[in-house]
Design a protein around this ligand. Structure first.
Ligand SMILES: [Zn+2]
Length: 254
């Protein structure tokens, strides 16, 4: 895997077209499926589905690319089609690519597995106002800052390429999110992991996590028993060997 865009076959005129074609070509030539390490095939351009698929296991992949750094939010297309895409039975994995326009290289390439990508990572934007060409149209943002670091499968991190083994190991580590019994609480689980990451240390106690209570209440408005819900997620994370209980009320990230 190299980090350079291949500009040879680009006959496009505008910069945005060149970037779109180059980034897609790059994934086609360098990307592979984290599940079975097989190269990726492109869907025909006129198909309104994902960008790539794995010919071996059938996983689908959609590419989102951004200049320089990702930032907190990534602007995306229509809200409704994004929601139905995520809720569909063949929902895609997402590749997030940040690139350097001057050097035409890939800075970061991160895969977010489809079993991580949750509906509460999508923000509905305000409808376009009546004077706009597409008045009433509703777009969406991807809340990139709400994706826990733990759930990111890095292919390239700040220009450094990860090994195929590392990528496959990380993918396998995250497969427990597929589990049916987590289906209704996945948003909670991801948010509690995010809180633990925000603490920025390996050991913490319950009160440290309770300090995020109002933030979590905001994210999960319909739930009134936030603390019980937090403790429940910590249990799940212990069962999945993400953390261990060292003594009463003390937790350690493994
Ligand atoms: Zn595959």
């Amino acid at each position: 895997m190299n980090t350079f865009f291949n500009l040879k076959n680009t006959d496009k005129v505008s910069l945005s077209q060149i970037v779109r074609v180059s980034s897609e070509t790059w994934v086609h030539e360098n990307g592979f499926c984290a599940n079975c390490l097989c190269g990726l095939n492109k869907f025909p351009n006129n198909k309104p589905v994902a960008d790539f698929f794995c010919p071996e296991c059938g996983e689908q992949f959609e590419l989102k690319s951004k200049k320089n750094k990702f930032g907190n939010k990534i602007t995306d297309g229509a809200y409704e089609s994004m929601v139905s895409r995520i809720n569909s039975s063949d929902n895609p994995n997402f590749f997030f690519m940040s690139y350097n326009l001057v050097e035409m290289t890939v800075n970061d390439l991160i895969l977010i597995p489809k079993h991580i990508f949750e509906i509460n990572l999508i923000e509905r934007r305000k409808p376009l106002n009546s004077t706009a060409k597409r008045a009433g149209w509703v777009g969406c943002n991807i809340l990139f800052n709400m994706i826990p670091e733990y759930t990111k499968v890095y292919y390239i991190k700040s220009g450094s390429v990860m090994s195929r083994n590392e990528i496959n190991f990380k993918w396998n580590q995250l497969t427990f999110f597929k589990s049916q019994d987590l289906r209704d609480s996945k948003g909670w689980l991801l948010d509690v992991i995010l809180c633990i990451e925000k603490l920025g240390r390996k050991e913490f106690n319950l009160n440290d996590i309770y300090s995020f209570e109002s933030w979590l209440k905001n994210r999960h408005e319909r739930n009134n028993n936030i603390r019980a819900k937090i403790r429940q997620q910590l249990q799940v994370l212990r069962d999945r060997q993400y953390l261990e209980f060292t003594s009463r009320g003390l937790y350690k990230v493994l």
